[in-house]
Ligand binder design. Structure first.
Ligand code: AVI
Length: 328
């Protein structure tokens, strides 16, 4: 995967050394883990798209309804500088369907949209669809890992930038990583004007409801997690056997997060990038976490990264929140 900070090239990149190291370190640690970005190869992105349409996965539906209903209020609450162009910058833009709710909001006046994603397979189609549906919006693509410090395209630095991270993507990261991301994002979005940030956060802590969203009856979430093994085999010339792993999902009430694991069905060894990896029977590999950040917890994380609250919206069941942040 390319971690190039400012590339609009969306051709298939090579696995880089950093990513291989991350994989090897994760799989040779005492508690095995894999970075969640590995879930999103082309197959993983398609499976995640299917997850968002599942009846149990309340997040996407609830967020889209909330954004659709409140987009004009959200945009009206951004303290834009008069006379300056407005740009929406989406981090982890697997598709533009939520961004267009903000771009199309009454009186939004955005003239540019930047889609940042680690998966080249999603970026090209975003440009094609946006050119057809929103020819008046200048679209830029950035193939990058948004957790790393990024540089915005030159013209965006003259504009008033609004970051956008929907989908509770932020829940994939522990608090310290969220602080780091929000700090990097604030620096990247600070051009000629003080930026704002619209961020969607799942705040449901009802264990039964959350667990069914991450362990659906159709088995799509299971396939999504197992696909990480095929992805690693392809990236790192590995021979991990997908059939020798099961999947386990837990709710951690202390951390208020879901934890997703692959579980080795037997003692086994595999080769990855020329290294031997051993797993005991029942040993797990953590493939993802999903924090459910309540309002106060999220705002204290944002404050530590130099952002203050400029607006907050939630659905009637208080499952999902949209935070509007402003750089201090
Ligand atoms: C992308 N992210 C916000 C999803 C979530 O809900 O944490 C990833 C996911 N993993 C399993 N199901 C969904």
């Amino acid at each position: 995967m390319s971690h190039s900070p400012c590339s609009t090239d969306v051709d298939h990149p090579e696995a880089d050394t950093n990513l291989l190291n991350e994989i090897l370190i994760g799989l040779t640690s005492e508690k095995k883990t894999l970075p969640s970005k590995l879930l999103y190869d082309a197959t993983g992105s398609e499976l995640f798209q299917r997850i968002t349409e599942l009846p149990e996965y309340y997040l996407t539906r609830t967020e889209k309804k909330l954004l659709g209903a409140r987009a004009a209020d959200i945009v009206a609450s951004v303290p834009f500088e008069a006379g300056r162009g407005r740009a929406l910058v989406e981090f982890g833009a697997s598709d533009e369907s939520k961004a267009v709710l903000l771009l199309d909001a009454a009186e939004s006046h955005f003239s540019a949209y930047l889609a940042i994603d680690i998966s080249p397979s999603v970026l090209g189609p975003i440009r094609t669809r946006m050119q057809a549906s929103h020819p008046q919006i200048k679209v830029e693509l950035l193939l990058a890992d948004f957790l790393l410090p990024l540089a915005m395209p030159g013209t965006f630095n003259e504009m008033h930038m609004v970051g956008f991270l929907p989908g509770s993507t932020v829940g994939q990261f522990p608090p310290a990583a969220v602080v780091q991301f929000l700090e990097n994002a604030r620096r990247a979005l600070t051009g000629a004007a003080r930026p704002a940030f619209v961020i969607g956060v799942d705040q449901c802590t009802d264990a039964a409801r959350v667990l069914s969203a991450y362990d659906d009856s159709a088995g799509v979430s299971r396939a999504f997690n197992l696909n990480v093994l095929s992805h690693i085999n392809r990236l790192a010339g590995g021979d991990l056997d997908v059939n020798s792993f099961g999947r386990k999902v837990l709710w951690n009430p202390h951390e208020e997060r879901v934890e997703m694991y692959l579980e080795s069905r037997s003692a086994q060894s595999a080769r990855i990038a020329g290294r031997s990896i051993r797993l005991a029977e029942g040993e797990t590999i953590q493939t993802g976490i999903s924090y459910k950040y309540g309002k106060e917890r999220f705002l204290s994380i944002a404050a530590a990264a130099g952002w203050s609250s400029a607006g907050f919206w939630q659905d009637s069941e208080k499952l999902f929140a949209i935070h509007l942040l402003q750089a201090r």
